[in-house]
Design a protein around this ligand. Structure first.
Ligand SMILES: C[S@@+](CC[C@H](N)C(=O)[O-])C[C@H]1O[C@@H](n2cnc3c(N)ncnc32)[C@H](O)[C@@H]1O
Length: 263
């Protein structure tokens, strides 16, 4: 087997991840080494990856990493795979150009949002999750990326959270029952607790928003990633809780994706 044969086994972007994992190759390295022979050990590994890949195991779980905001994060099958859409949430928060002294993130997964906001804004961050694997993995990613001033703890929503914050951010589970029952097999390999947001998909928004006033400083901001059809319902929940200053930002496919709100 030569390098170019690997491109016939995986989708292009997945293939590049395989070659990065094994050889630490960039895209141009792959082109440079296109006709190089792969040694036996690596060929064996590639065929093992391919077996899992054909069983619809996401490449990020097979290889154990994913880039988010140009940084490499470890990931595994116990947490949601970081999505590009979530970079839009982070981007919109950064674009606010505000000093957030302290940030609370609810539902950390692999820690991508908390860690990125800490590194980009220098804010102190508390991240919470009900999944102990997510807490351990986020701590590992924080160590790998040499992050300071980020704490990850177990908490069911605000249960173990003390104090007030300048920003509350969350990419909560938001898939409703109907969409959940029609998910592709590959997405169903991710934990249900990271995907399913109750029958109407709004359980977490309702609860996070309802209690937010106890945890948000005056002039604080609340920021969410949302599902493609949830803007109106979430605006209504926000308004019912006194947040009349809100906006929605679309993703690159034109779907509503991020909500930022203030009182
Ligand atoms: C959609 S994932 C987002 C993960 C990560 N922030 C990201 O953007 O990749 C939602 C996360 O919320 C966590 N979660 C679910 N229910 C929760 C609860 N009641 N309290 C805190 N976190 C919860 C899940 O374990 C999961 O890690």
């Amino acid at each position: 087997m030569v390098i170019k044969d690997v491109f016939t086994l995986f989708d292009k972007s997945d293939c590049l991840m395989v070659l990065e994992k094994l050889y630490d190759y960039s895209y141009s390295d792959c082109i440079l080494h296109y006709n190089d022979t792969i040694d036996e050990d690596y060929e064996k590994k590639i065929l093992e990856y391919k077996k899992l890949y054909d069983r619809d195991i996401p490449i990020e779980y097979i290889l154990g990493f994913k880039y988010f905001y140009n940084r490499k994060f470890e990931t595994d099958e116990n947490v949601l795979i970081p999505r590009f859409d979530t970079e839009i949430l982070v981007d919109e928060i950064i674009k606010l150009d505000r000093k957030f002294d302290n940030i609370l993130e609810i539902g950390i997964g692999s820690g991508i949002i908390s860690i990125t906001l800490n590194l980009e804004l220098g804010s102190k961050v508390l991240g919470v999750d009900i999944n102990e694997y997510a807490i351990d993995l986020s701590k590992k990613n924080a160590t790998n990326l040499k992050v300071d001033n980020v704490d990850f703890i177990y908490s069911n929503l605000y249960e173990n959270v003390d104090g007030k914050f300048d920003l509350i951010v969350s990419n909560p589970p938001y898939i409703d029952l109907e969409d959940f029952e029609n998910l592709e097999t590959k997405i169903l390999k991710e934990p249900k607790s990271a995907l399913y947001g109750g029958e109407d998909g709004l359980y977490f928004y309702r609860n996070i928003i309802a209690d937010s006033k106890d945890y948000l400083n005056e002039n604080g901001v609340i920021a969410f990633e949302i599902g493609y059809n949830q803007k109106e319902s979430i605006f209504e929940i926000l308004e019912n809780n006194g947040y009349f200053n809100h906006k929605c930002i679309k993703d690159f496919n034109g779907f509503d994706r991020v909500i930022i709100a203030r009182r």
